[in-house]
Design a protein around this ligand. Sequence first.
Ligand SMILES: Cc1cc2nc3c(=O)[nH]c(=O)nc-3n(C[C@H](O)[C@H](O)[C@H](O)COP(=O)(O)O)c2cc1C
Length: 198
Amino acid sequence: MLKNWGDYFVVNVSSPNTPGLRSLQNAENLSNILADLQGENQGIKPILVKIAPDLEKEAIASILDLIQQYQISGIIATNTTISRDGLKTKIIAKTGRLVSEEAGGISGAPLTQRSTEIIKFIWQETQGKLPIIGVGGIFTVEDAWDKITAGASLIQIYTGWVYQGPGMVKQILQGLLQKLDERGLNSISEAIGLAHQK
Ligand SMILES: Cc1cc2nc3c(=O)[nH]c(=O)nc-3n(C[C@H](O)[C@H](O)[C@H](O)COP(=O)(O)O)c2cc1C
């Protein structure tokens, strides 16, 4: 059984690349999944839910209700998007096809703001009590800071790592330390959700 080996487990029903998968995010389906998993897990290992950035606020709010009901340890926001809004590239040079007609999720820069907005929404809805892992279009220390101050207590990077390589981690960590310093904060935990205190 995997449960003996993982430190935490993520219910990822938010990838746009598997047909039909995202329909498992609706309350009834997700409720069944979480009930079965927690029945097996008995709350021993942390279970988190990863959500799509394309969900309406009402759908996110019902996922948050389930998270509370099944004592889920946190939420990962977000997966890739099916939106094609704001893309500079309209036609794929290699194939001549329209970007808007391509299937699949988009990661990286087009996602930065959207995933931060979702983190803000989750933080507000849960009064900052639910651990949020922020992911989506983090390339710079500013991007990381925005996710943390929006409410993320951890961050993940996928696309940024592909473009900038492992050196970006050190750069971001140093930048975050500088930001704490400038603001007279002692640790990252004091920065979590700071954007809400304006
Ligand atoms: C090539 C690729 C494969 C991915 N595979 C998964 C996956 O298997 N499971 C998952 O939860 N997210 C997957 N993701 C989503 C990323 O974990 C992340 O949520 C998303 O790309 C946004 O972060 P980023 O902008 O830093 O890439 C994948 C993303 C990319 C680009």
